[in-house]
Design a protein around this ligand. Structure first.
Ligand code: DQA
Length: 146
């Protein structure tokens, strides 16, 4: 079984963009940790990052029937994208975990609404990049016995 780990806009700059907010790990570092955590649970990982909303929609559609769950950090599109909301709805009942590295609720008001959250089985915010491996563990638990 495999998981799709989807990262949205600007997350390619992880490690250099606002390190005081997002930490110093790069996206490649995160990918390595996620792969380790998933392997420990017997899961493979497909890792996709895009700065383009439509490419994220395409990646979600492509997960249907192929992946066993989705971990998504939608970046700023979480705050704006009805298209991501609808794409995740379209691939139900695939389990979805939304991750935000920073505690968005402690930041600007415009970060406190997510179009993705209503489609997510779990939301992990403010745990830093550790949130991704927490998400792997949660999906592994959900998939146990399925
Ligand atoms: C983010 C939070 C968003 O508000 C922001 O636009 C990002 C990163 C996070 O992981 O904390 O790009 O999703």
């Amino acid at each position: 079984r495999s998981l799709l780990v989807l990262n949205g806009p600007n997350l390619n700059l992880l490690g250099t963009r606002r390190p005081e907010t997002y930490g110093r790990d790069t996206l490649a570092d995160v990918e390595a940790r996620v792969r380790d955590a998933a392997a420990a649970r017997g899961l493979d990982v497909a890792f996709v990052q895009s700065n383009h909303e439509g490419a994220l929609v395409d990646a979600i559609h492509a997960a249907r029937g192929v992946r066993s769950g989705i971990i998504i950090n939608p970046g700023a599109y979480g705050h704006t994208s009805i298209a991501l909301h609808d794409a995740l709805e379209a691939v139900q009942p695939l389990p979805v975990v939304e991750v935000h590295i920073s505690n968005v609720h402690r930041r600007e008001p415009f970060r406190q609404h997510s179009y993705v959250s209503p489609q997510a089985d779990a939301v992990i915010v403010g745990a830093g990049v550790h949130g991704y491996t927490l998400a792997v563990d949660h999906l592994a638990e959900l998939l146990t016995g399925n």
